[in-house]
Design a protein around this ligand. Structure first.
Ligand code: F3S
Length: 283
């Protein structure tokens, strides 16, 4: 059996940086350590951090219930109001927001101040998008994810600033932007899709097109892994979405000759290696 492992599988730069930040804090910090939301969408990593004493807080209302300490902001980032509230509650903020996400925060803040209507192409419920929204509260803001939403979009402003959730699909972004641009607004389009995502998606597509089966590894709640899986499924009928090697049944892959493996941005290297070794040795 031939196994092809995607070079871009696993942690991107921003996630690696955020996870490293937490482990560095564990080494040097004597005060309690918290993360605002799970540091990544990976249960294994979050469990390991919990065992090392890191507590995950989910809401601002929880801030008063805990002993003050260090609050690490994950790579998705948070809104300006959340950042201030955490500091005002007496926590020291260690900001591990991915610099590419911080750049979007600055862009929407700047264009909102210039009177633009902010359009975020992405999923309104994703924490990254919620965070971005929180940096342009004074401006009209819309989150657009579907063709229907793009078609129905209208604005009282003449100027638009269109940005994207970093993990959004490139082709869909272009399609939605074209629909909005046809409406005749004066729009500034900032393609803020992260290269890490695009490269991972393109490589996954390329591998999935040439193999009998494709394995996509990642946490269930990870939107970028879900998208990666969709892409693979469109190019390979035997695509499997797994969290660890334990999700791979012994019977599952035995009839295939070539197997591709990729993983979402929040999948640790050791899990990818385990799956790779398992596939190479067991089938
Ligand atoms: Fe940052 Fe891109 Fe990763 S935006 S968190 S490097 S997917």
């Amino acid at each position: 059996m031939k196994v092809i492992l995607a070079k871009t599988a696993g942690f991107c730069f921003g996630v690696q940086r955020a996870v490293d930040t937490v482990y560095e804090q564990i080494q040097k910090e004597r005060r309690p350590i918290y993360t605002y939301g799970p540091i990544i969408h990976n249960e294994e990593v979050v469990r390991d951090l919990k065992e090392k004493g890191v507590t995950v807080l989910h809401e601002l209302s929880e801030l008063s219930e805990y002993e003050k300490g260090v609050m690490i902001i994950r790579s998705h980032g948070v809104s300006e109001a959340e950042l201030r509230a955490i500091e005002e509650a007496g926590y020291e903020v260690v900001n591990a927001t991915c610099p590419f996400v911080s750049k979007i925060h600055r862009a929407v803040q700047e264009h909102a101040a210039k009177g633009c209507h902010i359009v975020i192409i992405g999923n309104a419920n994703h924490p990254e998008v919620e965070g971005i929204r929180g940096w342009c509260l004074d401006a009209p803001t819309d989150v657009i994810e579907t063709t229907e939403e793009a078609e129905g979009f209208t604005s009282k402003e003449q100027k638009l600033c269109i940005v994207s959730q970093t993990t959004f699909r490139h082709t869909k972004f272009q399609e939605l932007v074209e629909i909005i641009q046809k409406k005749g607004y004066d729009s500034i389009v900032l393609n803020t899709i992260c290269n890490a995502t695009e490269e991972r998606q393109l490589e996954a597509e390329e591998i999935a097109s040439g193999v009998d089966a494709m394995i996509v590894i990642g946490g269930k709640g990870s939107s970028n892994t879900q998208k990666l899986y969709e892409i693979c499924r469109n190019h390979c009928p035997n695509a499997y979405y797994i969290q660890t090697k334990n999700d791979l049944g012994v019977e599952l892959l035995k009839d295939f000759e070539t197997i591709g493996i990729t993983a979402g941005a929040s999948t640790p290297k050791n899990i990818i290696e385990e799956v790779q070794n398992y596939v190479r040795n067991e089938f």
